[in-house]
Design a binder for this molecule. Sequence first.
Ligand code: TYM
Length: 334
Amino acid sequence: MFKDKLVSYSGVQPSGNLTIGNYLGAIKNFSAYSDKYMCFYCVVDEHAITVRQVPADLRRRTYETLALYIACGLDPEKNTLYVQSHVHEHAELAWILNCFTGFGELSRMTQFKDKSAKHADNVNAGLFTYPTLMASDILLYQTDVVPIGVDQKQHVELTRNIAERFNQLYPDTFTMPEPIIAKSGKKIMSLADPTKKMSKSDENTNAVVYILDDKDTVIRKFKRAVTDSDTCVRFADGKDGINNLMTIYSCFTGKEFDEIEREFEGKGYGDFKLAVGETCADALAPVRAKFDELLKDKAYLEEVMKNGAETASYVARRTLSKVQKKLGFVQIGR
Ligand code: TYM
């Protein structure tokens, strides 16, 4: 076993501008593992092409997603930051895992059902087998923990089922990964329809706060957020809009809901929305500044990608060759 530390692994698709959902549900939580774990955080460009991408946009967003990882506090010296397509073992293990995954299991995946409804003109096989590529990402690194938002939980559960099935046939192959889902921030909702997840692919840009939105834009979007006809800031059933804003405020300030309720007692929604907008914009300002600086230095970002790919490939190669040996593929020691 290559491991002398536990492993944390996660990924983000460079398929759109990243949102505060991606930040609060996932990226912000990645750095919690940097000191004690061996951390791999991937820009999953191969996952992104299950939906048609404009090549120039995909390329730009790949740099941007890597830059955002760093701007959000992930030090490339302490975390392996890399791009999925730079490590060919992902696609190779995914093929193998496809042969250990049921058609029925994949058909039950909520994300597949949602995306195939949304992109009915392009329900490709990659969209269907997306979860086995994700299982491959996770299992290649003998991952212990996978910090994710709640929407990815089903995929990690499938990964566990595949790993268990494989380990039963070929003992001691894969580490069993645990999904780590933040208590608060696991599902940030759309500002326009708070019953729907905030998503980077939402066409209504007012529904989504992007990590890179400037202060005025962030405040304007929160001011317009859909709430309800009540006036009292409290967390309760049926108050999806306010519940979402309270969750966002709580994630950025660390305050509990009862504390927030006390803070805004006797104040209206207008004051509350302004406070959420200002807090969010101020928290993201240093991320934006660091991002702008990083994006000017492509050579540095490419250096991070190269170093990351080298470390990731080393680990991935070891797991893949272990799997290939167990399956009976002939090894010719090249
Ligand atoms: P993606 O790119 O859709 O999202 C990246 C991460 O952000 C989380 N997230 C949210 N969390 C809270 N509220 C939201 N509104 C919200 N929107 C997104 C997601 O849960 C995710 O953690 N399949 C994955 C990428 C992936 C991956 C992996 C993740 C590929 N391989 C291996 C973990 C491990 C995806 O599409 O994430």
